[in-house]
Design a protein around this ligand. Structure first.
Ligand code: 0PR
Length: 366
């Protein structure tokens, strides 16, 4: 630490320089996050000092968290769902597996069954919780093979996981079939909709992935991805309103005497930010954002295929993947484990960015 503090001007000159070293979002095609909506930023700043880890001190902020869960529960066809705001998909997935483990404490060697496409947060979760992670192969369309999942699940399975919006390919696993398998065998079924949860309800066609399916026990959804909220904000929702209390531990000197969250100190600011976006845009506003992202995704797929660069799969959501070797350096893209080019058409990836990318690609491949 510096012995003598810096003048504010110098400090912020230094910060401005460091900010300038970050990549420009105009060229970021690989991210599942996006610059937050202005109303999210405004709400975030308004609640900057709040700590949901001691909710009795921030009653208004705590009521915003309840509202956020209620809004998302309603969106997912279950207005009385339980839940809380996490730091993102990783924490939601860890907590879902903790919940599942808690429900089946009597099982001595518990396992969790996830698709090969599951986000790496499940590996972290299984590691922390000492759970065996069983991986289900994907079918030819790169979705979880439900028949194989049914074979792999056994009496020691404490949780089945399906992904609604895979990280790498933007695909939705056969959630209805998986929910039926879980229901039939009385297994906790967690849907990782960290990405898709803020997209699927706003598409112009219905894809069941939520509490409308009786077998779905819990859902992870991240406002800090397609919800255009400020980072960090994820949410874990449970069908049973009070299921999370099974994780309660005593917190004797806080304003609440028990808590089930993973983190202690928790920011209220991104919770306000997430709610601000939902209430400001409403369903119609979100539908417009999602429609724009999907339109750009198809434009990109069409444009690439015109150059003879085929899609790797036909995505369900706004993630486009291609059989392609190389892209011009200035574009920040990502590559899947199977070696496919991956581009996420987030809200900041406007049509003009897609056209500029296609133009550059055209120079390489046309
Ligand atoms: N589940 C799914 C389906 C995800 O796609 C992700 C993250 C998670 C869970 C974990 O969420 P958190 O990262 O919020 O804990 N998906 C992106 C990924 O790992 C996250 C990301 C976002 C990565 C922006 C890079 C980036 O620039 O690819």
């Amino acid at each position: 630490m510096l012995n003598k503090g810096l003048p504010e001007k110098d400090l912020f000159l230094f910060f401005a320089q460091k900010k300038g070293e970050d990549l420009d979002h105009d060229y970021i095609l690989s991210s599942m996050c996006t610059p937050p909506h202005p109303v999210a930023v405004r709400a975030h700043c308004m609640f900057i000092e709040t700590n949901l880890g001691d909710p009795g001190l921030f009653l208004g902020t705590a009521s915003l968290e309840k509202l956020l869960i209620e809004r998302l529960g309603t969106l997912f066809h279950h207005p009385t769902a339980g839940g809380y705001a996490t730091s993102g998909g990783t924490e939601s997935n860890i907590q879902a597996l903790r919940l599942a483990k808690e429900q089946k404490k009597e099982i001595p060697a518990p396992n969790v069954v996830v698709p090969e496409s599951a986000h790496f947060s499940f590996k972290k979760a299984c590691d922390i919780l000492s759970l065996e992670m069983r991986t289900v192969p994907l079918d030819s369309t790169l979705k979880m093979d439900a028949a194989k999942a049914a074979e792999i699940v056994d009496k020691n399975t404490i949780c089945l996981v399906g992904v609604a919006g895979t990280t790498e390919y933007g695909l939705i696993d056969p959630i209805s079939e998986l929910a039926a398998i879980a229901s039939e065998r009385d297994i906790f079924f967690h849907v990782d909709a960290a990405f898709g949860g803020m997209v699927i309800p706003f598409l112009d066609h219905t894809i069941p992935f939520d509490f409308s399916l009786p077998g779905v026990t819990s859902i992870a959804v991240d406002p800090h991805k397609m919800g255009m909220g400020t980072i960090p904000c994820g949410c874990l929702l449970t069908r049973q309103p009070d299921m999370l209390t099974s994780l309660n531990i005593d917190t004797p000197y806080l304003s609440v005497k028990q808590e089930y969250t993973l983190a202690g100190t928790r920011p209220g600011a991104p919770v306000a930010g997430a709610l601000a976006v939902l209430d400001y845009l409403g369903v119609e506003g979100m539908q417009a954002v999602v429609a724009g992202c999907m339109k750009n995704t198809w434009r990109l797929v069409d444009g690439m295929e015109t150059y003879g660069i085929p899609r790797a799969v036909t995505p369900d959501l706004n993630v486009a993947t291609f059989i392609c070797k190389d892209v011009p350096d200035r574009w920040k893209v990502s590559w899947t484990r199977r070696g496919h080019l991956r581009i996420v058409c987030m809200p900041h990836v406007h049509r003009d960015r897609i056209e500029a990318f296609l133009e550059d690609i055209g120079e390489l491949y046309a």
